[in-house]
Design a protein around this ligand. Structure first.
Ligand code: SF4
Length: 361
């Protein structure tokens, strides 16, 4: 089994917290798609296994014409694909567009809702409002999508526990199958971080952020969702196949500016500059960085990614099980399954980065 990721980096404006590779140069879309199709056609031969999952991520893929989505998917080849996800901004949803992308083969939507509060959405610079978010989910359901994921953010500036609880209830009320939820990160150099440094924001403290996360986990579990990765929750059977393949080391190709690929043991990444990417493909000398993962690197990745999931990971015999792992188990941060896999507990998820560092070799 293999995966295919396509990066569609266009956005109409930058969200204030964003540090992803994205661009507002919308007029470059046509040239970008031409380059993308060329890269896909050339590189898909590198995959030996059938492509089971495809993910159209961004940026804002829903800013692309449906005909471009069709051309991209046709070039990748969807015959073996079980899951084809496309990210969508709520403001771009309309019945016709949703029908068209469904006809192209998209069978899973990931809608970037983030919050159902207009004041919070404005504060982080999103271009949609709460009503558009609700409408987007309804329209997608009416268009026949029965595998819908939404993104929700917590620890937004001035967010209260009560408003966070209301956001979760709204998500449940909408009847989506999957929820990805992330605490806001103040990344270096973003407009939001500057506002924070200038004292313009009411920042949520760590204790409240942890409480928001714990509440999320508890409430979604109560509602029947499986907490299958630190930030991901799904009704049984609706876990993202594509994302799960990242966590278990499945080979994948990432096409487009800034996209990463993994063909074990080689990880590579395209240049994250729109103009340089298009020129590189056209001239046949696309710049790609790469690293060959040693056995240790692969083990460390397995720990880093596996411990974020409900499946956990196997540890190398060279890790001091008695001291390091034993201490964590005794403190209730890790538990050991019957087959020897190590899994993080809810308490452990709060200090996961520290645990992971200790378990790496
Ligand atoms: S829509 Fe996504 S990629 Fe685009 S600016 Fe906002 S957070 Fe960044």
């Amino acid at each position: 089994m293999a995966g295919f990721y396509v990066h569609l980096p266009f956005c109409t404006k930058r969200c204030l917290y964003c540090d992803f590779f994205s661009t507002t140069l919308l007029p470059r879309r046509a040239a970008y798609v031409d380059a993308l199709l060329q890269e896909i056609a050339e590189r898909k031969k590198e995959l030996k296994d059938p492509i089971k999952t495809i993910y159209l991520g961004g940026g804002t893929p829903s800013l692309m014409d449906s005909i471009d989505i069709f051309r991209i998917l046709r070039t990748i080849g969807t015959d073996d694909a079980e899951e084809i996800t496309m990210e969508m901004n709520p403001g771009d949803a309309n019945p016709r567009y949703l029908q068209e992308i469904r006809q192209c083969g998209v069978n899973r939507l990931s809608i970037g809702i983030q919050s159902f509060r207009d004041d919070l959405l404005q504060l982080i610079g999103r271009r949609h409002n709460a009503m558009q978010a609700i409408d987007a989910v309804h329209m997608a359901q009416e268009a026949g999508f029965d595998n819908i994921s939404i993104d929700l953010m917590y620890a937004l500036p001035s967010q209260r526990m009560a408003t966070w609880k209301a956001d979760i209830e709204m998500a449940l009320h909408l009847g989506v199958q999957h929820i990805s939820s992330y605490g806001l990160m103040y990344e270096e150099g973003t407009a939001l971080t500057k506002k924070k440094e200038q004292g313009e924001l009411e920042v949520v403290d760590e204790e409240t952020e942890n409480k928001m996360y714990d509440y999320l986990c508890k409430r979604l579990k109560q509602a029947g969702f499986v907490h299958y990765e630190v930030s991901n929750f799904a009704l049984p059977g609706f876990e993202s196949k594509h994302n799960s393949s990242y966590w278990d080391g499945t080979p994948y190709i990432g096409a487009g500016a800034g996209a990463h690929s993994y063909l074990p043991p080689v990880r590579s990444w395209n240049i994250n500059d729109l103009k340089a990417y298009i020129k590189g493909v056209q001239r046949g000398n696309l710049k790609r960085g790469q690293e060959v993962l040693t056995e240790n690197d692969q083990y460390n990745e397995q720990v880093m990614l596996g411990l974020r999931t409900a499946k956990g990971c196997m540890l190398s015999p060279s890790v001091d099980r008695r001291l390091t792992v034993g201490n964590y188990i005794q403190s209730g941060l890790l538990r050991e399954e019957e087959d020897g896999r190590i899994v993080a507990t809810q308490k452990g998820l709060h200090v996961l980065n520290r645990i992971i560092e200790d378990l790496m070799i």
